[in-house]
Design a protein around this ligand. Structure first.
Ligand code: SF4
Length: 143
């Protein structure tokens, strides 16, 4: 993995976590998680071994953009898409999609967006169809 690889891997004993810099819009759901699985400024930022496997799975699945994914090493089940697809319209921000997603324009190695994705709503993203946070600088407000 070269340094310019947008996907950073955080290996653990029971589970590996991956973070895709092309998708993260720094909404910070990971940082708000209990415990120290993710700690801003720490190296490495994500340490899967400081908490339980269940906690890692729970926190990663709350990442609304698909930037975070996990790979279990215990033979346990991989992430399953929710039975029902949903779109949540965020306040002056992106559309958050969950479910079994097939997003045109997603790179083949963006595995997280097969189940969770933040889609541009303001029209200003340079990473369409995904949100890149441009709505904030653009002062986007929904009517
Ligand atoms: S929860 Fe996901 S999108 Fe939000 S800051 Fe963490 S990695 Fe980025």
């Amino acid at each position: 993995m070269s340094d310019d690889n947008p996907i950073k891997l955080y290996p653990g004993q029971q589970v590996d976590v991956a973070w895709d810099g092309r998708l993260c819009i720094h909404v910070g759901e990971c940082g708000r998680s209990a415990g120290s699985l993710f700690e801003s400024g720490r190296q490495p930022w994500c340490q899967p071994d400081v908490t339980t496997l269940d906690d890692v799975v729970d926190v990663v699945q709350r990442c609304p953009t698909g930037a975070l994914t996990y790979q279990r090493k215990d033979g346990g089940p991989a992430e399953q898409a929710p039975a029902r697809n949903t779109i949540v319209v965020s306040n002056n921000g992106p559309l958050y999609a969950t479910g079994e997603l097939a997003i045109e324009g997603a790179a083949p190695d963006m595995s997280g967006v097969a189940m969770r994705a933040a889609l541009c709503r303001c029209g200003q993203s340079k990473n369409k169809p995904f949100c890149d946070g441009a709505h904030k600088a653009a002062g986007f407000t929904a009517e």
